[in-house]
Write a new protein. Structure first.
Length: 243
């Protein structure tokens, strides 16, 4: 079935207020709440990723400090070997000192190579950390907006009387296409929901997370195509009431 997104949103609105009416005040997961829950989950994952990125930067900074400290020790060792070489003419001692100086210089060269790699890596890690921070700032704004939308929608519905809700349901039914109403009524009879919001991962009717192939298939449907939950046959609306 193909119906314009605004028609699908009207169907979703009717389904939600009908469920709230029948639930007698019991909590219903609305599209606004579903969107907020999804954003909060994204926020949690991104915060964890940002914390891991910050930890990786700190670890690399510690590694750089260790390399620099080792380099300083080796340079002092080279200086001490040279001082000792100037103070002795014993062939065996000089041989040992020269060997130690050569070993220290070789290790310094290795450390300088490690240090260059570490600086390159910490640059990438800091960039990654900054990127996570910017994404988290943007996501925080979205969470704030979604929270306001959830609260505003809840406040709006709270002021509706039972009589108003019934009138609203009948008004919307009168505006919906007959084919869509028939599909809704059949789905409602099947599971008791009829139509619900699809947040990109789970059905708002049975609240089951859909398999990846079903999620991809539903997301890729044309916007005017009415989707259906493979678990409970509820009609899935992919645009929220705020759009």
């Amino acid at each position: 079935m193909k119906f314009a997104p605004e028609i699908q949103r009207n169907l979703l609105h009717m389904a939600i207020i009908r469920r709230q009416l029948e639930a007698g005040g019991a909590e219903i997961i609305t599209p606004e709440q579903a969107e907020l829950d999804e954003l909060l989950e994204q926020q949690r994952r991104l915060r964890d990723a940002a914390a891991s990125a910050a930890m990786a930067v700190e670890d690399m900074e510690t590694e750089i400090l260790r390399i620099q400290a080792d380099e300083r020790k080796l340079r002092r060792r080279v200086a001490d070997d040279r001082e000792a070489l100037r103070a002795t003419s014993d062939p065996e001692k000089r041989r040992d000192l020269e060997h130690d100086e050569y070993s220290a210089k070789s290790r310094i060269a290795d450390l300088l190579s490690e240090l260059a790699e570490a600086h390159n890596e910490i640059h990438a890690l800091r960039s990654n950390h900054d990127n996570h921070g910017a994404r988290l700032d943007e996501l925080n704004k979205k969470v704030d907006l979604a929270t306001r939308a959830r609260d505003a929608a809840a406040e709006s519905r709270h002021h509706l009387s039972e009589e108003n809700i019934i009138e609203d349901i009948e008004r919307i039914r009168g505006e919906l296409p007959e084919e869509l109403l028939e599909a809704y009524d059949a789905a409602y009879k099947e599971y008791g929901v009829g139509a619900a919001f699809f947040n990109g991962r789970s059905c708002g009717g049975c609240h089951m997370m859909l398999p990846a192939n079903d999620r991809t298939r539903i997301r890729n449907l044309p916007e005017d195509e009415v989707a259906e939950c493979p678990n409970c046959a509820t009609l899935l609306v992919r645009t929220s009431l705020q759009n």
